[in-house]
Write a protein that binds this ligand. Sequence first.
Ligand code: AMP
Length: 401
Amino acid sequence: MNVLVVNCGSSTVKYQLFHMEEENGDNVIAKGVVERIGISGTNLEYQAGDRNIVREKEIPDHRVALEWIVDILTDPDIGVLEDVSQIDAIGHRVVHGGERFTDSVMLNKEVLDVVRECAELAPLHNPPNILGIEACRDLVPGVPQVAVFDTAYHGTLPEYAYIYPIPYEYYQKYRIRRYGFHGTSHKYVAGRAATMMGKTLGDLKLVTCHMGSGVSFAAIKNGNSIDTSMGFTPLEGLMMGTRCGDIDPAIILYIMEKEGLRTHDMDRILNKKSGVLGVSGISSDTRDIEDAAPSKHRARLTLELIAYRAKKYIGAYHAVLGGLDGVVLTAGIGENSSYIRKSIFDGLEHFGVTIDDEKNTVRRREGFISTDDSRLKVMVIPTNEELMIAPDTYRLVTQRE
Ligand code: AMP
């Protein structure tokens, strides 16, 4: 079975084509990304075997991006499929599944309607996911499509971890609760961590740290997410590229009143102007901040905030897990920044962790960065959300047949 996995972000489409004989097969036959959709200078990448193609082309929207992907997969010279009919199933990453979906589902009109309803809860994320689903339905008609939700993995959070201490009626009326995000990433790296540690996931207490432009941590006990830092929206929790994470909610009211701002303006400040960009005043990219740190106080301060806030979450999750066997670092910062990784664990020696500076040079590949005798294991594991979506798609489509 050929399974195409599609991950539509606000200005990107990542894709991977898997040939699967069984649920856990992971034979990737082609993959790539379309970046800067709707922004000038769209970048298209396609990788199949030893072919690595990079093109620049104007791509105005997700539909045109997916057309390009289907065209290149079936290209007579460089494609890997003879015809579009060789795509047997399509799996989509969908960010918000609300309370309704705690597992992946086959897409149909009813499911798509619920995903549309959930767009209100994830206005930046669900709309591009929906565009991807609709475009695939038109481009590859009749092919079964599956939705794999970012929120689903956190469906195991206990009630006391997902209810907010505000009037309960807002949960009843508007479903305001912690949902959590990056679920496929947390699930994937937790599984890999168990394999690396030579243990069963069911016996482990882990903190998984997804640190990219969006940042979320999860406390994983016996393979289940029992708490996670992002909440009702992806704004809560740790400090991110441009998102503030945890702040005193009264600050929002205070700034709005002082500056005479409307909700839309305040939303922009919290989501687009805060975090690493807001504190540093330089950039949302931690590479720029690390470069500027030797000469700029606010760059150094930004790095201190990132590490301090990460430490606080690891400490809190250590407490709720009742111990800790391993910490996983993943996504752009987690996979690459030796400096930030080291500074997070500086001062956590009493947790039984020592970082090995030599091992901590690892980039974009799996490896332990703690010393061999460190009781608490720290691992770098590149995330692979697409690899989690393919097995669910295979399972649901074969069950249906
Ligand atoms: P992601 O959202 O997972 O693609 O991560 C993107 C972010 O990772 C960038 O905005 C940077 O902040 C960070 N990043 C990527 N590479 C590095 C690096 N070599 N050093 C520090 N931060 C990095």
